[in-house]
Design a binder for this molecule. Structure first.
Ligand SMILES: [Zn+2]
Ligand SMILES: [Zn+2]
Length: 87
C-alpha cells in the first residue's frame, strides 16, 4: 500500500491525499509536479527513475487506511542532479 506522504520532499509543499500535483517514483519518493518536472526534469533525484502521478486515496477509505503523517524533507542540489543524469 502506498504511504501517501504529506509533502514534497524537495520544497515541503503540502500534498494532501487528493492532490493533483503529487507525483511519485517506483520507491514512492514524493514530489510536487513543479519540482519533479521543472527542476528534476522528470528524473527522481534519489533513484534515477521516472515519475508518475500519485493516485488519489478515496476519501471513504481514509479512516481505515490513513495517509502518512511523516514529513520527509530532503532538498536536493538541483545543479548536481542535472549534471549526474546529463539533463
Ligand atoms: Zn516541490
Ligand atoms: Zn525515487
Amino acid at each position: 500500500m502506498l504511504e501517501i506522504r504529506p509533502t514534497c520532499e524537495h520544497c515541503n509543499k503540502a500534498l494532501p491525499f487528493d492532490s493533483k500535483e503529487a507525483v511519485i517514483c517506483t520507491f514512492e519518493c514524493t514530489y510536487c509536479a513543479s519540482c519533479a518536472a521543472g527542476l528534476f526534469k522528470n528524473v527522481c533525484p534519489n533513484c534515477g527513475g521516472d515519475f508518475t502521478q500519485r493516485p488519489k486515496r478515496p476519501e471513504h477509505l481514509l479512516d481505515k487506511y490513513p495517509v502518512s503523517k511523516t514529513v520527509i524533507y530532503n532538498p536536493k542540489d538541483v545543479g548536481a542532479h542535472l549534471k549526474k543524469y546529463n539533463l
